[in-house]
Design a protein around this ligand. Structure first.
Ligand code: ADP
Ligand code: MG
Length: 166
C-alpha cells in the first residue's frame, strides 16, 4: 500500500558537484540487486548523478555517458557490487533485452542504473529507486535542478530517504 512507501525526498541541487554528492549519498543506500531509474531530459544531470554514485560505490573507471553502448559495467574496486550503467534508449523491447548483451556480471548481483528507461523499466519491475530531475525551463545557464527521489516496492518500504537531504 502507499502507506508502506517511504516519503519522497525533494531536493534542490545547485551545481554539478552537488549532484555528484547526491550520488555518493545515494550509493550508501544501495546494495546488490537494486535498480535506480533516472528520469530527466538531456542535460538534466543523470550521468553526473551516476558519476557520484560510482564514486560512492567505489567502482573502477570514470562514469561517462553510455550513449554509444547500451550498458557499461564498472567493477567494484573492493568487494562491493559492480555498477551497471544502462542507456535504455536503444533497447527497443525493454530491460529483458539486457540478458542478451553478454554482460560479464549478473544483474541481481549488481547495482543497475538506467537512463532513458521510461516505458521500459516499469513493466519489468515495480521495485526501484526512482529519481526525477527537472531543470529550469528555458534557461540553460541556470544550474539549479529540482530532484525527487522515490522508493518504490517492498525493498524500499523501510528506508528513510531523508538521509539524502542531510
Ligand atoms: P544527462 O545525463 O541527464 O543528459 P549530464 O549529467 O550528462 O546530463 O549533463 C549535465 C550537464 O549539466 C553537465 O554538463 C553538468 O556540468 C551541467 N550541470 C549544471 N548544473 C548541474 C547540476 N545542478 N546538476 C547536474 N549537472 C549540472
Ligand atoms: Mg546521460
Amino acid at each position: 500500500s502507499p502507506a508502506d512507501r517511504p516519503a519522497d525526498v525533494r531536493l534542490t541541487v545547485n551545481a554539478p558537484e552537488q549532484m555528484r554528492e547526491l550520488g555518493r549519498r545515494l550509493a550508501k543506500l544501495l546494495r546488490a540487486g537494486d535498480l535506480v531509474m533516472l528520469s530527466g531530459e538531456l542535460g538534466a544531470g543523470k550521468t553526473t548523478l551516476t558519476r557520484g554514485l560510482g564514486e560512492g560505490l567505489g567502482v573502477r573507471g570514470a562514469v561517462t555517458s553510455p550513449t554509444f553502448v547500451i550498458a557499461r559495467v564498472h567493477p567494484s574496486l573492493g568487494d562491493g557490487p559492480p555498477l551497471v550503467h544502462v542507456d535504455a534508449y536503444r533497447l527497443a523491447g525493454g530491460l529483458d533485452e539486457m540478458e542478451d548483451l553478454d554482460l560479464d556480471v549478473s544483474l541481481p548481483e549488481s547495482v543497475v542504473v538506467v537512463e532513458w528507461g521510461e516505458g521500459k523499466v516499469e513493466e519489468l519491475t515495480d521495485e526501484r529507486l526512482q529519481v526525477v530531475i527537472h531543470r529550469a525551463v528555458g534557461d540553460t545557464a541556470d544550474e539549479s535542478r529540482r530532484v525527487t527521489v522515490s522508493g518504490l516496492g517492498p525493498r524500499w518500504a523501510g528506508t528513510d530517504l531523508g538521509t539524502l537531504s542531510a
